[in-house]
Design a protein around this ligand. Structure first.
Ligand SMILES: Cc1cc2nc3c(=O)[nH]c(=O)nc-3n(C[C@H](O)[C@H](O)[C@H](O)COP(=O)(O)OP(=O)(O)OC[C@H]3O[C@@H](n4cnc5c(N)ncnc54)[C@H](O)[C@@H]3O)c2cc1C
Length: 544
């Protein structure tokens, strides 16, 4: 009986592949509406709220989805492609998992078949786009199934609408390279190997965010498969309640997105950018320069990120600052506070945008690690850097017992200015973060990493949780006494940035930290689009 059904499913899947419309580069994009509600050999697809494909399997324990869906797009242990899939992760905390199989669909219908099959088999599963999220098990799972979207890797530019349809399963450098010949670029990841899907569903901080908001601010439509297998579009015209929540809370919550249509913008052939390394002693100057930049910079073409990193196996640390200007040369005053600090090495230069993004790719074979992040409103006084120094000290103290070990750590400041990035994001329709436009913010992030030793995972995770909690408590104390903006100054919610939140272990409550209105919006959307809680029960989902 099962093998009969399996064969039937394979036939449906192959038929669906054939119907998927090929585009120039060979990437298949399922055309919405093409199959909606039609009958394929007595099987009606899609049919919200039931499992029309497997009516006779409902009552008995079924085989694994790997067996039911066996086809040329399912890889099982022992196959070369399976091993290749395992290597396509940023962190070994995902790559070392041993899923029952990787399902690699090529069309919306194949994603739908996979989701409906998983609903039936009740197996745990994960969705993977670029596999670049650091946190353990977010896009992989042992003894479960991974839906890997790597075959959704097309880029189709529409010069008329100045939009590009992009697949989630590729890295941003691929999108940048594909669009460069048209003289346009996306609002995509700063680091070339970051995946498209996770980045956009969590928000997405780009070199161009001061000009155009989050990456997600520029998504005009999403094609996706809902938890019941229905294929839908979310845009301003269709399912707009879904569109709203996908902008920030989209990671593995409401279904599987297999295509994004993005606004893209003209890109000068040359930009100015790169990273500068500074000694530990430059810390105060760098923090002051970062704070002044975030508060006072009015030039949307400028972008800065700041990193403090400890180096394993010695007692050294390093400051790294990323500087970007969206033109061949910046005006003299924009980065002056940084360029006047004595550095160790300076890699900033005039180059193509593609070269910059490609240069920011770091191979991390054998690395395990986790990260957490918090938001921090910036104090009124630009020189008041003591909260930042406290965060750096906390990291150093936490790391101290592990000097001379393979444990390393970093502290990153991502800047969110109210007059530039926030304004642009709001003008483009807003997002779940709904940040108060009266404040500038840092997204500060701790990462603890253990080189070549997954056994240290418990240690790094504990260090991370402790340090993050200490940093969070600092903010609560300073907000309570009025030193930092908080409820006394009209700041009532301080959300977490989804792309750097600790996920997978429930350490940080993404939804609970949204504004009351946005919490309600996300919860209502969850009830509407995943009423049976498929993603909550079987996949990774934020607390609701
Ligand atoms: C070195 C480095 C640099 C980075 N730089 C930046 C940066 O410049 N700006 C920034 O904002 N972030 C940055 N990040 C963070 C990055 O945005 C997130 O890790 C993001 O999740 C990566 O996207 P991905 O496609 O690789 O996600 P994955 O690791 O594949 O998935 C992450 C999560 O999203 C879910 N998900 C992924 N795709 C889909 C989909 N199509 N449908 C439904 N759910 C999905 C997964 O199930 C998983 O829970 C960086 C990370 C690293 C390690």
């Amino acid at each position: 009986m099962l093998s009969h059904i399996s064969r039937g499913l394979v036939a449906v899947a192959l038929f669906a592949s054939a119907l998927a419309a090929p585009v120039a580069d060979g990437h298949s994009v399922f055309k919405r509406g093409f199959l909606d509600g039609v009958t394929l050999k007595n099987i009606t697809l899609p049919y919200r709220g039931s499992l029309p494909l497997f009516p006779s399997l409902k009552s008995s324990p079924p085989d694994s989805a790997c067996k039911i869906l066996q086809a040329n797009y399912t890889y099982v242990p022992g196959e070369t492609e399976y091993a290749t899939e395992q290597n396509r992760y940023y962190s070994i905390l995902n790559g070392n998992d041993k899923p029952r199989c990787f399902i690699t669909p090529t069309s919306g219908l194949e994603v739908s078949l996979a989701i409906q099959t998983l609903a039936l088999t009740k197996e745990r599963f994960r969705v993977k786009s670029g596999g670049h999220n650091h946190n353990a098990n977010v896009s992989s799972v042992s003894d479960g199934i991974v839906i890997s979207l790597e075959r959704f890797a097309g880029v189709v530019y529409d010069a008329k609408t100045k939009t590009a349809e992009v697949g989630p399963g590729q890295a941003w450098i691929d999108v940048v390279r594909a669009l460069a010949p048209y003289g346009v670029a996306p609002v995509g990841g700063r680091f070339g190997d970051v995946g498209v899907g996770g980045f956009l569903l969590g928000g997405g901080i780009s070199f161009r965010s001061n000009q155009f908001g989050w990456g997600a601010s520029n998504v005009v439509s999403y094609k996706m498969v809902l938890p019941d297998g229905t294929i839908v579009t979310a845009s301003a015209d269709e399912n707009c309640d879904l569109l709203d929540v996908l902008k920030g809370a989209g990671n593995a919550q409401f279904g599987v997105v297999y295509s994004f249509t993005l606004k893209v913008y003209p890109q000068t052939s040359q930009i100015w950018g790169g990273t500068v390394n500074y000694p530990l002693s430059a810390g105060d100057d760098i923090l002051k320069a970062t704070q002044a930049y975030t508060k006072y910079n009015t030039d949307p073409k400028a972008h800065v990120f700041t990193i403090y990193t400890s180096i394993p196996l010695n007692n050294l640390g390093l400051w790294v600052v990323g500087l970007f200007y969206d033109a061949p040369t910046p005006p003299p005053n924009v980065f002056e506070n940084f360029t006047k600090i004595a550095n160790i090495s300076d890699g900033v230069k005039t180059q193509s945008y593609t070269d910059l993004v490609a240069s920011l790719i770091f191979k991390t074979e054998g690395t395990s690690g986790d990260w957490c992040s918090e938001l921090l409103p910036i104090p009124k006084d630009a020189n008041a850097i003591s909260p930042l120094k406290y965060l750096v000290d906390t990291l150093e103290k936490t790391q101290a017992p592990y000097v001379n070990s393979f444990v390393s750590s970093s502290f990153v400041l991502h800047t969110v200015s109210k007059s530039l990035m926030l304004k642009q994001a709001k003008q483009r329709g807003g997002d779940v973060y709904d940040l108060n436009p009266n404040f500038d913010y840092y997204i500060w992030q701790y990462t603890f990493t253990a080189l070549n030793d997954p056994a240290l995972q418990g240690t790094t995770r504990k260090l991370l949780a402790d340090a993050t909690q200490t940093g969070r408590q600092m903010y609560l104390n300073l907000a309570a006494n009025g030193t930092l903006p908080g409820p006394w100054q009209g700041l009532y919610h301080l959300p977490l940035y989804s792309n750097y939140v600790c996920i997978g272990q429930g350490e940080q409550d993404l939804v609970g930290r949204l504004s009351i209105a946005k919490q309600a919006q996300v919860k209502l959307a969850k009830l509407k689009y995943d009423p049976k809680g498929l993603f909550t029960k079987q996949s990774l989902s934020y607390k609701l």
